[in-house]
Design a protein around this ligand. Sequence first.
Ligand SMILES: *[C@@H]1O[C@H](CO)[C@@H](O)[C@H](O)[C@H]1NC(C)=O
Ligand SMILES: *[C@@H]1O[C@H](CO)[C@@H](O)[C@H](O)[C@H]1NC(C)=O
Length: 131
Amino acid sequence: MERMIIFCMFFFCSSMVLAASSHKDLKYRQILQTIEKLEPTVKDKDVELLHTPENPVEGCLDTAMTCFKNGTLKLQPVNSQVNPNFSKYIRILSRFTFRGPEKNCESSCESYEKKTPREFLKSFAKVIKKV
Ligand SMILES: *[C@@H]1O[C@H](CO)[C@@H](O)[C@H](O)[C@H]1NC(C)=O
Ligand SMILES: *[C@@H]1O[C@H](CO)[C@@H](O)[C@H](O)[C@H]1NC(C)=O
């Protein structure tokens, strides 16, 4: 009986861990899909260029994510037709939170090169794929 209980606890715990990790995967997959859907709806010409983190080191992921989030809020829709979708995607991305191990990060958001919105979103997707 005791062994049975231990077995069940083990089983229960591992399914909890599994559920937690797949929940995280799901979250990143949703963010990734949102970035990909957002890309064709953003205005890419005559707009402000955005600081775009590229290949941030592990300790700089928090800063990079904040930087991406900040940049996302400055994006504009390419026309009024896509506006409803555009706003929806921006809303999803602005709710996204990331908690990474923050070690001494020496690259501030401003230290990254400025790029066009499309390139900015491509880098954003690339960084999401890595975490
Ligand atoms: C985000 O943007 C605000 C206003 O533009 C700025 O004050 C803040 O420092 C930015 N944060 C990061 C991490 O770049
Ligand atoms: C908005 O998104 C939906 C699917 O999410 C798509 O079917 C529709 O064509 C999009 N609308 C515009 C104007 O792009």
